[in-house]
Design a protein around this ligand. Structure first.
Ligand code: SF4
Ligand code: SF4
Ligand code: SF4
Length: 167
């Protein structure tokens, strides 16, 4: 019998580039999206194990990280608690999404704000002085670890994540 909830997720994960920016992304260290959707039993052990309580039930009941709830501390709780063979803690980086800042950003509207940068432990977001305007955010994706700390910190929800490439 066809499991419609899994089929829908397969369709989503088979898309090479997501059309719209998202603040919900797959769990860290997931080895393979297709295996994840076919083998995750939706037991919710990872949801319970997450010390930051940022994992929620997503489409079809599959767990997903909701970065509007906070940032990932990389505690490994999700991967360690999973009874299935879905995670590989040697995978680096843990997340493959890329962050972006859209036009809702206060600084882009010439309003002083550095909330995202203040939350970023890796200093992936820096503010560059601009003549005649407030300082503007610059993202260094090479340094960003995808923790999502900047997402919840932004007062205008201007930061989102895009999964560039599904495995
Ligand atoms: S690594 Fe820890 S904080 Fe991050 S999603 Fe997994 S359980 Fe939550
Ligand atoms: S612990 Fe593993 S099998 Fe259970 S819901 Fe989370 S990812 Fe799926
Ligand atoms: S997701 Fe990247 S830019 Fe945002 S706080 Fe984390 S490391 Fe910094």
């Amino acid at each position: 019998m066809i499991d419609h909830s899994r089929r829908g997720i397969f369709r989503r994960f088979s898309t090479k580039k997501t059309e719209s920016p998202l603040t919900q992304q797959r769990l860290p260290w997931v080895k393979n999206e297709v295996d994840f959707v076919s083998q995750c039993t939706r037991c919710e052990k990872c949801i319970t194990a997450c010390e930051e309580q940022i994992i929620v039930k997503g489409d079809g009941g599959f767990p997903i990280v909701d970065f509007t709830k906070g940032e990932c501390s990389f505690c490994e709780g999700c991967a360690q608690s999973c009874p299935e063979n879905l995670f590989d803690l040697t995978v680096a980086p843990a997340f493959s999404h890329k962050i972006s800042i859209n036009e809702s950003c206060l600084a882009k509207k010439s309003v002083e704000c550095r909330s995202c940068s203040d939350m970023c432990e890796t200093q992936a977001i820096r503010f560059q002085l601009v003549l005649g305007n407030v300082a503007q955010p610059q993202i260094n994706l090479d340094v960003c670890n995808g923790c999502g700390g900047c997402v919840a910190a932004c007062p205008t929800s201007a930061i989102s994540m895009t999964l560039e490439e599904a495995k």
